[in-house]
Design a protein around this ligand. Structure first.
Ligand SMILES: C[S@@+](CC[C@H](N)C(=O)[O-])C[C@H]1O[C@@H](n2cnc3c(N)ncnc32)[C@H](O)[C@@H]1O
Length: 393
């Protein structure tokens, strides 16, 4: 018998609005095994579409097809969606060898991430299967990637914490070919050493690629890159600034940034292991000032309950950064907290500028790179905010 899940009227309405998830509270009845592809039915028995079923998560259903479509064959569906995702990325003209090939729900492959890292020696994929449905089909995902791209190696970085919500264990496995400890890839003509096994995210913050390039366009004079990781902003800026001070609390990030600066022959980058909150205060009291500042902290708000505290954190670093900025200088400030909206983040930065008694222009409102597409009716697929501001007084 075809596995099937009946959803409430509210759930059906949600699907009609174009959102690809049904929450557990809207499930009326379920006859399915963990990770099954199920028929989604209304209480009157009408087929609303097809979805991955999770027996554990609050996100009970992740839609694969809408009404009218036949039950999808998983192998064909995965292969077709990867082909479509690749065609879109090919159209983007990305400069460098690393990009997001599959951005989950936006690419019609729920709870699935595929990042591609390539150089003259090979191409590697880092995959994440973050829900029961996509995790069960990891072998099909690997088959499709091998058939379509013939990669050198594929690694499953299935260590994000969200997997525990699905009852899935954290694990990291090479699932195809060979994956070296470190590879070098280019982004916008700058070389980065990447650790695909242990690096943050899947190795690089690919969602910031275009913001790195934008920051380089504004960079000049003395620059500060707070929360540098492996130098994403710092190295892009270093080509245009007289000096860059890069800060990170993690010793391995500091080591990676220094190594990446050397890899690119950049001698004007000083990397310091420091807590940004403390260091900004010290830089201010020591009288240091900058012409370019980038702020790219980790997500301060990981859930709705932590938004208030997160706002305090964003306000503090932005206020201190604005005080450190010379008139005529630029602040490039980011938030990757989905729970802090575009409007709220702008308001935080606005109030920081007011407290600093600084006149600022909002020069650009930016987001995640286009290889991380936003599904308009799934706001959860939009998370990164990046504001470019110029201090004018
Ligand atoms: C979002 S990542 C930065 C990504 C980077 N800017 C890029 O474009 O590739 C955030 C970084 O902040 C660092 N970090 C977290 N809390 C910190 C703190 N209080 N002070 C300094 N660095 C911190 C983490 O180690 C991590 O490398």
């Amino acid at each position: 018998m075809t596995p099937s899940v009946t959803v409430s009227r509210r759930g059906a309405e949600r699907l009609k609005s174009g959102h690809p998830w049904i929450f557990r509270s809207d499930v009326v009845a379920a006859e399915a095994e963990p990770g099954d592809i199920v028929r989604v039915a209304s209480e009157r028995g009408k087929t609303l579409g097809w979805a991955y079923w999770s027996s554990a998560s609050q996100i009970a259903l992740r839609m694969l097809e809408g009404p009218g479509a036949p039950m999808p064959g998983d192998r064909e569906l995965i292969a077709a969606r990867i082909r479509a995702a690749a065609a879109y990325r090919d159209s983007l003209g990305i400069i460098g060898g690393a990009w997001r090939l599959v951005h989950g729900e936006a690419d019609g492959l729920p709870a699935t991430v595929v990042d591609r890292y390539g150089n003259g020696e090979g191409a590697w994929f880092v995959v994440q299967t973050l829900a029961q449905g996509s995790d069960r089909r990891l072998p099909l995902l690997v088959d499709a990637l091998v058939e379509q791209f013939g990669p050198t190696g594929i690694i499953a970085r299935n260590d994000p914490r969200v997997r525990t919500l699905e009852g899935l264990e954290p694990r990291v496995d090479v699932v195809y070919g060979e994956v070296p400890d470190r590879i070098v890839v280019e982004e916008n003509g700058i070389r980065f050493g990447v650790d695909l096994r242990h690096g943050q995210k899947t190795g690089l913050f690919l969602d910031q690629r275009d913001n790195h390039a934008a920051a380089a366009r504004y960079a000049q004079g003395e620059a500060l890159d707070a929360f540098t990781y492996n130098g994403g902003f710092a190295l892009h800026i270093a080509r245009h600034a007289s000096s860059v001070l890069a800060l990170d609390i993690s010793a391995s990030a500091v080591e990676a940034t220094a190594a990446n600066a050397a890899l690119n022959g950049l001698t004007n980058v000083e990397v310091r292991e420091a807590n940004v909150f403390d260091e900004l205060r010290e830089l201010e009291s020591s009288g240091r000032r900058f012409d370019t500042i980038t702020l790219d902290p980790p997500a301060f708000a990981r859930n709705r309950a932590s938004v208030e505290r997160a706002v305090g954190g964003y306000k503090e670093i932005n206020l201190r950064a604005i005080r450190l900025l010379r008139p005529g200088g630029h602040l490039i400030t980011c938030s990757c907290s989905y729970n802090v909206s575009d409007t709220l983040f702008l308001e935080v930065v606005r109030s920081a500028a007011a407290d600093a008694r600084a006149a600022m222009w909002l020069v650009e409102r930016r987001g995640q790179a286009a290889d991380h597409p936003i599904l308009l009716n799934a706001p959860e697929t939009s998370y990164l905010k990046c504001l470019v501001l110029r201090r004018v007084g």
